[in-house]
Ligand binder design. Structure first.
Ligand SMILES: *[C@@H]1O[C@H](CO)[C@@H](O)[C@H](O)[C@H]1NC(C)=O
Ligand SMILES: *[C@@H]1O[C@H](CO)[C@@H](O)[C@H](O)[C@H]1NC(C)=O
Ligand SMILES: [Cu+2]
Length: 244
């Protein structure tokens, strides 16, 4: 039987209105850094939908941070493999929750950015210069999204810290965009948290950077999109991934 798309769409949005997610744990070369250690986590798992908001930088704001905000700075050798782990709520993994790590309706891309910062625990996050180190979008041949892979991997996403960047303190902005309601803007749901890193080793390369807010527009083809069709391409928002 055929259901009118608008009815199916409305039902989907209603049934998944609170099935959100929080990036809440970091692993460095496979070593667990501890639950919510070194990450600015909000208590509420809801999205940011305004690409011009300062809340798009490191969340917080309309989703207030869990207090006290972690003062841990995670040490990461340049070139290391970092794993980010997401769960539906701050309580962590819950195998009995069908929306953990995130509801399967929340299809979309996953990205990681870094920005140098004088002090990784400082409150101010405006004015930083960001570069993208990882992105995963849509596999067209299977119509599998990065979020489908995240769910299959029980909330974990692994990527590499570039080996040539300068040592120092950084924020790592790890982001998931859910596109289930993205047919018009605002509609896409931006989920992100920032981890506090001390990158060691490395080199002296300064990648080209973008600003948040600023890097995304509501009209970006990867932000305003109807995903309820067989897509022949998907353009991940933001700059291209920096490689050494
Ligand atoms: C870094 O920022 C935190 C939070 O504002 C502050 O407590 C700490 O003293 C700062 N560290 C340095 C070295 O300035
Ligand atoms: C996408 O294509 C597959 C295989 O041709 C088809 O079964 C499916 O119904 C299509 N989905 C949509 C949303 O058009
Ligand atoms: Cu949600």
């Amino acid at each position: 039987m055929k259901t009118a798309p608008s009815v199916a769409f409305a039902a989907l949005v209603a049934s998944t209105a609170s099935a959100h997610s929080i990036f809440q744990e970091v692993y460095v070369n496979g070593v667990d850094q501890g639950h919510i250690n070194g990450i600015r986590v909000p208590t509420y798992d809801g999205p940011i939908t305004d690409v011009t908001s300062n809340d798009l930088i490191c969340n917080g704001g309309i989703n207030p941070y869990q207090q006290p905000v972690s003062d841990v700075i995670i040490s990461v050798p340049a070139g290391a493999q970092v794993t980010a782990e997401w769960h539906h709520t701050l309580a962590g993994a819950d195998p009995s929750d069908s929306a953990d790590p995130i509801d399967k309706s929340h299809k979309g891309p996953i990205m990681t950015y870094l920005a140098k910062i004088p002090n990784a625990t400082q409150t101010t996050v405006t004015g930083l210069q960001w570069f993208k180190i990882y992105e995963d979008g849509l596999t067209v041949s299977t119509q599998q999204w990065a979020v489908d892979r995240l769910i299959a991997n029980k909330g974990k996403v692994t990527f590499t810290i570039p080996s040539c960047i300068e040592p120092g303190q950084y924020l790592m902005r790890h982001e998931l965009i859910a596109l289930h309601a993205a047919e018009s803007y605002p509609g896409a749901q931006f989920y992100m948290e920032c981890a506090q890193l001390q990158i060691t080793g490395g080199g002296s390369t300064s990648p080209p950077t973008v600003s948040f807010p600023g890097a995304y527009k509501g009209s970006d083809p990867g932000i305003t999109i109807n995903i309820y069709q067989n897509l022949t391409s998907y353009t991940i928002p933001g700059p291209s991934v920096f490689t050494c």
